[in-house]
Design a protein around this ligand. Structure first.
Ligand SMILES: Nc1ncnc2c1ncn2[C@@H]1O[C@H](COP(=O)(O)OP(=O)(O)OP(=O)(O)O)[C@@H](O)[C@H]1O
Ligand SMILES: [Mg+2]
Length: 469
């Protein structure tokens, strides 16, 4: 199929990739007696200030990221395009603070509407009613004729990576509760599909690259858990990127096709011992530990060659190995300051022992929820992090700066500058991932098809136009 293969553009290093993370937040209003309030009403009050300056509850921010209310009254924040993992983590963390900063105004509006309450935003994946919402990862890949086969080759990796990058959760069953690796695993229904809400695939194959469609595709991974700890995000996106690099270079990966992906993702999630096996299409049975170790070894074999060795790559490989070892040896302390499932496991088990209760105790459910509270003061995760009990990857300064500053090395820089200047000008404008437009006049739309390009004379001209009346 060589005729269908479109070569990568010459001016882009094949190791360079665009990443984006979308996070849906759980929204909850704590209120005493009073009139009932729908989640939609709470979300409306929360976004009041956004609508004031952005004239919509679906906006692009000066940091070039997108903020909107998704179906089910979930606030969603989608980071702008990043080409480094540290930019991505800082921008993702900035998003938590941006949504958290809306709370005070939202509560005030609610009080004015006769409702006294406290708004909580949770960076988690399930609510008490059993709904699941996601954290989606976006990876730019070079377009290829065999995209479906390419994407499905990633599934054994995605099914098993939860033993290192899962968020961990207390799972309640009719016969009691147990701790499992991933809250999201039980909510997946198929491997791949182009629909998100109806079918809940692990990879969404809708062909919407937000870029030059002749050259690129966007790999839209929707099976991951939302992560709190910065090293967990580094490992989640970093390990997936390394696997994609091998696949894009057509390095043959070990044959690990699963016989039944949906069975496997659940079995892996519910087995903290790491000893349960999954069946492969060729009839073999392997543990998730073995599958992940096979992938890690495959990556290692190319570090220093195809994969340039950097401090960051070393950090990813080291944490990946310790995560696998923690499950294999059952010594969770190996990663208890870095990986979400292990950080939360330690916290939950300590409280269980102190309270002398069973895992299904409602107090532990509240503890788990509080772990995901994005509030830097109230959130239990942040209390641990503030006490130095969680390793950091990015600085406080970088996160604070990312609230208002776009990544400078991708298309995001152009969007960020345009949004900032357009807001200052008071002119009507519209923006999406590939367009910048001054409303109401002709010839004032710029199409940005190359997400790697951070400089563009057309955007400078468009910004100049903002100043002219
Ligand atoms: N060319 C690209 N390659 C990879 N990621 C991209 C590219 N362009 C944009 N992104 C990222 O994709 C994400 C898109 O977020 P958005 O919430 O708009 O998702 P969507 O899948 O397009 O739509 P929706 O969530 O409404 O279904 C952002 O994080 C953004 O940074
Ligand atoms: Mg989205």
């Amino acid at each position: 199929m060589i005729l269908n293969e479109i070569p990568p553009p010459l001016d882009v290093d094949p190791a360079r990739r665009i990443f984006g993370l979308e996070t849906e937040f759980g929204l909850h209003l704590d209120t005493g007696a009073g009139r009932p309030v729908t989640p939609e009403e709470v979300a409306g009050h929360l976004f009041h200030s956004v609508v004031q300056w952005g004239r919509s509850s679906n906006v692009f921010l000066p940091n070039a990221s997108r903020l909107y209310i998704d179906v089910g009254a979930h606030p969603e924040y989608a980071t702008a395009e990043c080409d480094t993992l540290t930019d991505l983590i800082a921008l993702d963390k900035a998003g938590e603070r941006i949504v958290h900063d809306l709370i005070a105004g939202g509560e005030e509006r609610l009080r004015a509407a006769g409702v006294d309450g406290t708004i909580h935003l949770y960076k988690n994946n399930t609510d008490s009613a059993g709904n699941s919402y996601g954290c989606h990862e976006n990876y730019l890949v070079r377009r290829r004729a065999d995209f479906k086969a390419f994407a499905s080759a990633l599934l054994p990796f995605l099914v098993t990576r939860q033993i290192v990058t899962g968020a961990g959760t207390i799972t309640r069953t009719p016969s009691g509760a147990h701790y499992s690796f991933s809250p999201r695993a039980d909510h997946m229904w198929e491997g791949m599909s182009s629909a998100t809400t109806r079918s809940r695939p692990m990879i969404n194959t809708r062909d919407e690259p937000h870029a030059n469609a002749e050259l690129y595709r966007r790999m839209h991974v929707i099976v991951g858990d939302s992560t709190m700890a910065e090293p967990t995000a580094l490992l989640k996106v970093g390990s997936t990127d390394l696997i994609l690099r091998l696949m894009e270079a057509r390095v043959p990966l070990p044959e690990l096709t699963l016989a039944r992906e949906m069975q496997a993702i659940r079995d892996v999630a519910h087995d903290l011992t790491g000893r349960a096996t999954v069946e492969l299409a060729d009839g073999r049975r392997l543990t998730a530990v073995q599958v992940q170790q096979t992938y890690l070894d495959a990556v290692r074999a190319h570090v220093g060659g195809l994969i340039e060795r950097t401090d960051e790559v070393d950090q990813i490989l080291d944490l990946w190995q310790r995560g696998i070892d923690a499950v294999r040896t059952q010594d969770f302390s190996l990663v208890a300051t870095e990986l979400d499932w292990a950080i939360k496991h330690r916290l939950v088990m300590r409280y269980r022992d102190r309270l002398g209760c069973a895992l299904d105790d409602a107090r532990l459910a509240r503890l788990e929820l509080a772990f995901h509270d994005v509030s830097p003061q109230r959130g239990l995760f942040y209390r641990l992090q503030n006490q130095g009990l969680v390793r950091r990857i990015v600085s406080e300064e970088a996160i604070e700066a990312a609230k208002t500053r776009a990544p400078q090395t991708t298309r995001a820089r152009l969007r960020g500058e345009f949004v900032e200047k357009a807001l200052a000008s008071g002119r009507d404008f519209t923006v999406d991932w590939v367009h910048l437009k001054i409303a109401g006049s002709s010839g004032t739309t710029v199409l940005l098809k190359d997400p790697f390009r951070s400089e563009d004379a057309r955007v400078d001209a468009l910004i100049d136009l903002l100043e002219t009346v």
